[in-house]
Design a protein around this ligand. Structure first.
Ligand SMILES: NC(=O)C1=CN([C@@H]2O[C@H](COP(=O)(O)OP(=O)(O)OC[C@H]3O[C@@H](n4cnc5c(N)ncnc54)[C@H](O)[C@@H]3O)[C@@H](O)[C@H]2O)[C@@H](O)CC1
Ligand SMILES: Nc1ncnc2c1ncn2[C@@H]1O[C@H](COP(=O)(O)OP(=O)(O)O)[C@@H](O)[C@H]1O
Ligand SMILES: [K+]
Length: 501
């Protein structure tokens, strides 16, 4: 068993190097892997684009080695192909030298003039071995390629750091990237994701069994990541089996966020849901809610009393709660009550500068759902880390909580180092209240006893699935009403893979 499902694993460049070495040590020659890699790229091109004048840019390492194979295969398929090598061909070593020697077409100087008349560019300059910023010769080539030509990247667009999606000085913008065995975090994390284009993951003969010893910690988020832990509906079950989620409202003029979270918790399957607030807020909430229960709860002491009923086993605190000592005290009371907690929005801002108190007082599962601004306030000392993924993992380790760093490439990190990177969320999710819905969904899954990392991953994926296909005009309320569709999509997804139930 690996820490993350083998199918969804994402490999760092170092882990991918280990996968290659284990395979070669197991008896498959490096040249076979390289042939398979180059053929996979050529096949992906042949499946998509008509024959056209093509330039393959070959780098000094094995990424370049793949490039020579792509050139040969495309030429065999009838393309007019030339190569352009960054390093002298005579200086190539190992498998790359073998493949360069098998190329019997033109090799042009590495200059923008090589692009003349060529409409398809294969970028085989650097992949997993990118070790420093691109130099000026490569940057000039990227600029000369411009936007009028189609770029296909071998493994990664050169310049994208495979480990974290950062850009080293500059990078190609590919229409298509063909990577091997498993994708890398840099394919899914921005800005690398925007440079990757369509991503194809090709089988080149590396056995998934190598993952056992590599034990990757990163995964692409998807139903297979959380299916095993998703709440099962028992035929003879009743609502009390499915937990009771409590969402805490702001004042009378700020009840909407907690109401959205509550309805999302109910839709995701929490057996009971209550929205609570002070006397004035409770009356506003009562005018809106039907299936969601309402209770008047005054201040931190009232919250402590309300949560002392252990059947109320999950709390969502923060959406439109107001920033300050009262919200911070509400967080502490919820932790003290021992229920699973989601701290979102104002709860996170209220904890800035004193969050260590919460980390010390955490007794049960805790999920934090900051966007970048809230994250910077809560974890200022981590802002220097190079990527959102690295920041999320460091914050989870520091807090002992599961951290959902929201955004287009939402990162879900666990204190044990696991991280899921989400890629199904459309930009229509950037709308007021969509974060409140997400917090409620996580709360509703925690109430149903789902472990925190899987609950957060499931909620993020279902949130994306609920928005997908709706198009413009999506508002947070729509997300809640589309949750049954999203749940159905997840179920179909698993059934298609033979993993239902
Ligand atoms: N046997 C294997 O290990 C396999 C590797 N494969 C390919 O091999 C690639 C990795 O190969 P390598 O580890 O040789 O690494 P790369 O070919 O990605 O790059 C390493 C080379 O580029 C140079 N370099 C790095 N950054 C540079 C920069 N900014 N400017 C100028 N030069 C720079 C290094 O000095 C080294 O010569 C993968 O991305 C994949 O395309 C595939 O062929 C599958 C099998
Ligand atoms: N460009 C985007 N693409 C996909 N998802 C996004 C994008 N921008 C934001 N999101 C998602 O939308 C939600 C917004 O949450 P948040 O910032 O808390 O908004 P609010 O406070 O208005 O509810 C998060 O789940 C986030 O991951
Ligand atoms: K490349």
């Amino acid at each position: 068993m690996t820490s993350v499902p083998a199918d969804l694993a994402l490999l760092t460049t170092e882990e991918m190097g280990r996968a290659d070495r284990l395979t070669i040590d197991g008896g498959i020659p490096g040249t076979t892997l390289m042939e398979n890699a180059g053929r996979a790229v050529a096949d992906a091109i042949l499946a998509r684009y008509p024959a056209q004048a093509t330039l393959v840019l070959c780098g000094p390492g094995n990424n370049g080695g793949d490039g020579w194979v792509v050139a040969r295969r495309l030429k065999q398929a009838g393309f007019d192909v030339a190569c352009s090598a960054l390093a002298p061909v005579a200086a190539l070593r190992g498998d790359a030298a073998v493949m360069a020697a098998r190329w019997n077409g033109p090799v042009l100087p590495f200059e923008p003039a090589a692009l003349d008349g060529r409409t398809l560019i294969v970028d085989a300059l650097f992949g997993a071995g990118l070790a420093r910023d691109l130099d000026s010769a490569v940057l000039r080539m990227i600029e000369a390629v411009g936007e009028g030509r189609r770029v296909v990247a071998v493994d990664l667009p050169s310049g994208v750091n495979g480990d974290d999606g950062t850009i080293r000085g500059g990078a190609f913008t590919a229409d298509l990237s063909v990577t091997f065995f498993r994708a890398k975090p840099g394919h899914l994390l921005y800005p690398g994701r925007a440079r990757t284009g369509q991503l194809v993951v090709a089988d080149i003969g590396i056995s998934p069994s190598v993952l056992e010893s590599i034990d990757p910690k990163a995964a692409r988020n998807g139903p297979a990541l959380f299916a095993r832990h998703f709440p099962v509906l028992r035929q003879d079950g009743h609502k009390y089996d499915r937990g009771h989620t409590v969402t805490l409202s702001g004042g009378a003029l700020h009840t909407g966020a907690a109401r959205l979270a509550a309805r999302a918790a109910l839709r995701i399957g929490s057996g009971l849901v209550s929205t609570i607030g002070d006397a004035e807020a409770a009356r506003v909430i009562a005018a809106h809610q039907t299936a969601v229960m309402v209770a008047e709860v005054d201040g931190p002491a009232g919250l402590a009393l309300f949560l002392s009923d252990r059947r109320r086993n999950a709390a969502v605190i923060g959406p439109a709660a107001g920033v300050g000592d009262t919200t911070f005290a509400h967080c502490r009371m919820a932790l003290a009550a021992g229920c699973a907690c989601v701290f979102d929005a104002d709860a996170l801002t209220s904890a800035a500068g004193r969050a260590d108190i919460l980390w010390r007082e955490r007794t049960a599962d805790l999920v934090l759902t900051p966007h970048d601004g809230e994250f910077a306030r809560l974890f200022p000392q981590l802002s220097g880390l190079p990527s959102r993924a690295a920041r999320a993992v460091a914050a989870a380790k520091e807090s002992g909580a599961v951290v959902v760093l929201k955004g287009a490439d939402c990162c879900i990190a666990a204190p044990d180092g696991r991280i899921a990177i989400n890629d199904n969320a459309p930009p229509t999710l950037a709308t007021a209240g969509s974060g409140d819905v997400l917090a409620g969904m996580i709360g509703g899954l925690l109430a149903q006893h789902m472990p925190a990392f899987e609950a957060a991953a499931a909620a993020v994926w279902l949130h994306g699935a609920a928005a997908e296909g709706f198009g413009r005009g999506l508002i947070a309320e729509d997300l809640v009403e589309r949750l049954p569709i999203a749940l159905q999509i997840a179920e179909n997804h698993l059934r298609g893979r033979g993993q239902a139930g």
